[in-house]
Design a protein around this ligand. Structure first.
Ligand code: ZN
Length: 330
């Protein structure tokens, strides 16, 4: 027997309740009564001023976090820039070896931006680093915010096309690129599951797909560490982001293998490995091909060899160099 609100109390619509608690984490509220939509009956305070309890007229209740409280956390507030894709200037080696991110809990949910098998994975590809995963979708398909957060960027970019970047409480940023349409503006608070735009093929794209990135302080890591896109599920509520994941050379592998590896690996060895990767990353040098460039001339310029450049870029000495192409030379 479902609980029904007393007749004299007026149930608030979700919109009205949103005014009481300045938070958009209300819809869609699932009702226990099949075919019914629950409306918010009341909100209760908790000991945490940012967290309220929402009572619905069908007897269900939910935690709700006031997203505007995010502004208190430094990792969320610092480097806030709505005009550039990556506002961070911190060096990889300055980050801790392990960062614990709270992705979702009872007051903040997760929604898979697009549930589908990953078409193109994260990591180093023939021509350049691929900093996210490609998720195929028909143009016009709604794309959802993965977690609660605030829109930092909503713009058009030559490469990414229409791109939306959302910053989350933990400092994590998620990006959604090649959208046919953007539905949010910088400064908007979004809840997991809110439609941030529609899928498309804008920018440098060969067909409709969502290019989805996860970054910490500007450093990209394989989104598959967080999400199993095929089932649309979050792998962890709390996730330990290791510094060694923040590299295009590091791809997701099942955690069990990671644990096994760690049993045999001391903290010292891990630190040494992280430092080696950081050094390698810092030492990486790129050259943009100009008119008249040859591999031989580029090799001489950077004190390297044609073979070494070919190895780094997955090309052969016979490959035609397109003007404007970025080659890794070191
Ligand atoms: Zn992509």
């Amino acid at each position: 027997m479902p609980w029904v609100a007393p007749a004299q109390t007026q149930a608030l619509s979700l919109k009205e309740a949103a005014k009481l608690v300045p938070r958009t984490n209300f819809g869609p509220v699932r009702s226990l009564i099949p075919g019914e939509k629950a409306s918010v009956h009341d909100t209760l305070d908790t000991s945490d001023p940012a967290i309220k309890i929402i009572l619905c007229n069908d007897g269900t209740w939910h935690y709700s976090r006031d997203c505007t409280a995010l502004a208190d956390s430094a990792v969320f507030r610092n480097n806030w820039n709505t005009n550039v894709l990556n506002p961070y200037s911190s060096k990889l080696e300055d980050l801790p070896l392990r960062i614990t991110l709270c992705l979702a809990d009872s007051a903040s949910r997760f929604c898979c931006p697009r549930q589908v098998k990953v078409f193109s994975p994260f990591g180093w590809r023939r021509r350049r680093n691929h900093m996210g995963v490609d998720l195929p979708l028909p143009t016009g398909t709604p794309v959802y915010a993965a977690f609660d957060g605030r829109v930092r960027v909503s713009m058009y970019n030559r490469g990414y096309g229409n791109i939306v970047i959302v910053r989350h409480a933990s400092g994590l940023e998620t990006s959604y690129a090649h959208l046919s349409e953007r539905k949010v503006e910088p400064g908007d608070y979004v809840a997991a599951g809110d439609v941030i735009g529609l899928g498309g093929s804008t920018g440098r794209s060969t067909g409709p797909h969502l290019h989805f990135e996860t970054r910490y302080e500007g450093n990209a890591f394989d989104p598959q560490w967080l999400v199993d896109f095929e089932t649309g599920t979050l792998r962890h509520g709390y996730f330990t982001l290791k510094r060694k994941y923040l590299s295009p050379q590091s791809k997701y592998y099942p955690e069990s293998e990671d644990e096994e590896e760690e049993i045999y690996k001391s903290e010292e060895e891990e630190r040494a490995e992280a430092e080696r990767i950081a050094k390698e990353m810092a030492a990486a040098q790129y050259h943009t091909v100009k008119s008249g460039d040859t591999l031989g001339a580029i090799a001489i310029k950077y004190h390297t060899s044609v073979n070494a450049i070919c190895r780094l870029n997955g090309i052969t000495p016979k490959t035609t160099l397109r003007i404007g192409r970025k080659l890794r030379v070191k």
